[in-house]
Design a protein around this ligand. Structure first.
Ligand code: PLP
Length: 417
């Protein structure tokens, strides 16, 4: 790793690793198969004794180039990419856990991740969901067979912030794998390595790719976890430095056996998007804070859940840990103001379920992404029926504020009394 800045490193990464003709981008390799001159050459690559490519389900040179970029972004030791963020998380659970293991998960994780952990519990792993904004809740849930603690940085949609440092201090001495899903902050705002995470998840679909035009996911090893202390690493994967062993089963079982492979074209689109991650994040964060402040002062708006507002329960933690407060926040309307009415009146903002796009997107959270889990679970996650989730893009700030202003104006309800 060189000591240049984040963006310089990403921009010059492909060239420095070596490209044909001095090309500034790694090429898109469509090839599924890779041929060798001799049987011995093929066998050496197959057995992991020589570098090279065998079959596109496990490795592809365009994806390798993206993996190197994500590793650099997270200041990690290695990365495995997947077709989606969910494929990455599923592969990690599939590769590292066995029946009887116990996992502690934040109650405020992404809806589909919540569903995946619920499935895991039906397959024979014990899963305890806890309010991870206080490390004491995680500590109280730990057991001798706890293998993993899984949290996100900023929760979607209510923006609760996990006690990232406190949980790291619990996991490290107990040899528990600490997994942080960094999607909402992205490595431009936060590096989970700094709080002791062993594995970092990024849904590349969101801020890293950034343009809503490619799905992808990644798991990065930070090098902090010593896999010699992990009970389920197969003997044949124990090659070289024990701090790198964990990604081998993730690649073998997650890609080779489960097949959630990232396509080369998507890897290229994500790599191009990643070049402007820091620029987009700066604009996204400042737009989001401006819109949140505008809404918080509006008489037709109730609560605004944005970590940059001083009233947010973990505002100080967010200010200390992150370079910005992110682009996602949620708000509730004042009693009597209809959330569908407001959404229908928006003209710039798109009604859509994605997040981390260059365009601003909004949706009624309880009726869409959190509908399936039911009213009781929604209540425990603090998701009110009128909650609107907003993922801010990089539009001009004045246009976003004007759009929310005119939409609130169009709502016939009188507002707060
Ligand atoms: C979107 C998201 C995922 C899943 O990513 P996909 O690429 O959509 O599968 C995982 N975690 C978080 C925090 C997300 O926002």
């Amino acid at each position: 790793m060189n000591n240049q800045g984040f963006t310089t490193t990403i921009l010059h990464g492909d060239r420095r690793r070596g490209t044909e003709f001095g090309a500034t981008h790694a090429p898109i390799h469509p090839s599924v198969a890779f041929g060798y001159e001799t049987a011995n050459d093929l066998v050496r690559v197959f057995q992991g004794d020589a570098p090279g490519y065998v079959y596109g389900r496990q490795h592809n040179p365009t994806v390798t180039a993206l993996e190197a970029k994500v590793t650099a972004m997270e200041d990690g030791t290695a990365t495995v990419c997947f077709a989606t963020g969910m494929a990455a998380i599923a592969a990690m659970l599939w590769a590292l856990l066995k029946r009887g293991d116990h996992v502690v998960v934040s109650s405020f994780v992404f809806g589909n991740t919540n569903s995946l952990f619920t499935t895991l519990s039906e397959l024979g792993c014990d899963v305890t969901f806890v309010d991870a904004t206080a490390a004491a809740n995680v500590e109280a849930a730990l057991r001798p067979e706890t293998r993993m603690v899984f949290v996100e940085t900023i929760a979607n949609p209510r923006t609760q912030i996990a006690d990232l440092e406190g949980i790291g201090r619990l996991c490290t001495p107990r040899n528990i794998v600490y997994v942080v899903d960094n999607t909402m902050t992205s490595p431009a705002l936060f590096r989970p390595r700094t709080v002791g995470a062993g594995l970092v998840i990024n849904a590349l679909t969101k801020y890293i790719g950034g343009h809503g035009n490619a799905l992808g996911g990644a798991i990065t090893a930070t090098g902090l976890y010593d896999w010699a202390k992990y009970p389920h690493i197969h003997a044949s994967y124990k090659k070289g430095d024990s701090r790198t062993w964990g990604l081998t089963p993730i690649r073998k079982k997650g890609l080779r056996d489960a097949g959630g492979t990232l396509a080369a074209n998507a890897a290229h689109a994500i790599a191009v998007g990643a070049e402007t991650l820091v620029l987009r994040m700066e604009r996204t964060c400042s737009n989001a804070l401006a819109v949140a402040r505008f809404l918080a002062a509006h008489p037709k708006v109730g609560k605004v859940h944005h970590p940059g507002l001083p009233g947010h329960a973990q505002h100080a933690r967010a200010a200390r840990l992150f370079k910005g407060y992110g682009g996602l926040f949620a708000f509730e309307l004042a009693a009597g103001v209809g959330c569908f009415e407001l959404l229908d009146a928006l003209k710039v903002v798109i009604l859509s379920s994605n997040l981390g796009d260059t365009r601003t997107l909004a949706l009624p959270a309880a009726h869409t992404i959190f509908f399936e889990m039911g009213a009781e679970r929604r209540a425990s996650m603090g998701i009110a029926d009128s909650l609107i989730r907003v993922s801010i893009g990089i539009e001009d700030e004045a246009d976003l504020i004007e759009d929310f202003a005119q939409a609130l104006e169009a709502c016939k309800s009188p507002g707060k009394t």
